[in-house]
Design a protein around this ligand. Structure first.
Ligand code: GLU
Length: 388
């Protein structure tokens, strides 16, 4: 079969492949410690599930508007105003099939052959692939551990060409866990405005912050940058709703209308009764998010502390999200060999850094219980000591 050139240029999602493999090994009865997918292990909070069940029982089982239920779009606009200082109306929001799909819609609406998209590396693995699927060119800017894996304003400016259309910013970052300070965000905003490009801010981890780290949405820096900003977010990480597949894109009306046309010809609306769960998530307060954050905080301490005791491995302490991005260079292995052999010999699943554009590192997710973290870190310790 002759497939398109488009699909032959794209790699499968390693986060999904490795997580599925770890889950299948567990189902076979193997004692696997999975640090692979960034998927909170908590159940979705009760009030959110109850709202979706009630929606099912009251007939919210039909097609809805392609851009989302009006009440949900309003609730998202209110949240963005109150929590993030972003002045959007409901019409500036489209509800999508998860955060990933919001970005995919964006790429299809905005990017075509000849357009360049600036992506700081390490990056979340789907960004470059989505740009390629849309026909555009990803421009990867490598950041350094010394700069906490953050792109500097100088690096951003020098990557910009007349073909640059979009810059992808992700803070808190997957896979590094780094959070840009408000001053760093402001400095990047200046470059975006001066160079007249667009920025999409992927804020899916905005609620998962540690040690007083602050999240500033780049669009809230000022009126000018607001016009250059698109926001991508979703319910998966903050409310433990990964399987619900509800995300959203917020931005200029023209863009949201374009994304709605794409959605109207592809997915139509997101599962109607699930959207009622999302409304309950936004209207039900942030206590449940706070509780999960407390657990993540403790898990981060434990995993980071255990890591410090393993010879040859190092990583910056994350200020957000739920990942450690660990330098494995001293083991002499590529990230893929490290992860394959760790899974094979110790039944510990991790994601090779090469998937995120950095072969010197691996990513561990600590969105899992403490007992698994303790056991898995002990196994990694054994694994590394055997190599060194
Ligand atoms: N975003 C999560 C991760 O990086 C879930 C898997 C995926 O969608 O890539 O692990």
């Amino acid at each position: 079969m002759k497939l398109t050139t488009r699909i032959t240029q794209v790699h499968p999602s390693l986060t999904l492949t490795i997580s599925a493999k770890a889950k299948a090994m567990k189902a076979e009865g193997l004692d696997v410690c999975s640090f692979s997918a960034g998927e909170p292990d908590f159940d979705t909070p009760e009030h959110i599930k109850a709202a979706a069940k009630a929606a099912l029982d009251t007939g919210k089982t039909k097609y809805g508007p392609a851009a989302g239920e009006p009440r949900l779009r309003e609730a998202i606009a209110k949240k963005l105003g109150e929590e993030n200082g972003l002045g959007y109306e409901a019409e500036n929001i489209i509800v999508t099939n998860g955060g990933k799909h919001s970005l995919f819609n964006l790429m299809l609406a905005l990017i075509e052959a000849g357009d360049e998209v600036i992506i700081p590396a390490p990056y979340w693995l789907s960004y470059p692939e989505m740009v390629k699927l849309a026909g555009g060119t990803p421009v990867i800017v490598t950041t350094s551990p010394a700069a906490d894996y953050k792109i500097t304003p100088e690096q951003l400016r020098s990557a910009i060409t007349p073909q640059t259309k979009l810059f992808i910013l992700n803070s808190p970052s997957n896979p590094t866990g780094m959070v840009y300070t408000p001053a760093e965000i402001q400095a990047l905003a200046e470059v975006v405005v001066e160079e007249d490009i667009l920025v999409v801010s992927d804020e899916i981890y905005e609620k998962i912050l540690y040690d007083g780290a602050q999240h500033l949405s780049i669009g809230a820096v000022g009126a000018e940058i607001f016009e250059h900003t698109i926001i991508s977010n979703g319910f998966a990480k903050a409310f433990s709703m990964t399987g619900w597949r509800i995300g959203y894109l917020a931005g200029p009306l023209e863009l949201i209308k374009a994304a709605t046309i794409i959605q109207g010809h592809s997915t139509s609306n997101i599962c109607t009764f699930a959207q009622y769960g999302a409304i309950a998530a936004l209207e039900g307060g942030l206590d449940c998010v706070e509780q999960m954050l407390q657990a993540f905080t403790q898990r981060r301490e434990v995993m980071y502390e255990r890591l410090q005791a393993i010879p040859g491995l190092s990583c910056p302490k994350p200020d957000g999200a739920f990942y450690l991005f660990i330098d494995i260079r001293k083991t002499g292995l590529t990230s893929l060999d490290f992860c394959n052999s760790l899974l094979e010999s110790q039944q510990v699943a991790a994601i090779p850094g090469i998937a995120f554009g950095n072969d010197s590192c691996i990513r561990l997710s600590y969105a899992t219980d403490l007992a698994t973290i303790e056991k898995g870190m002990e196994r990694i310790d054994k694994f590394v000591r055997n190599i060194l």
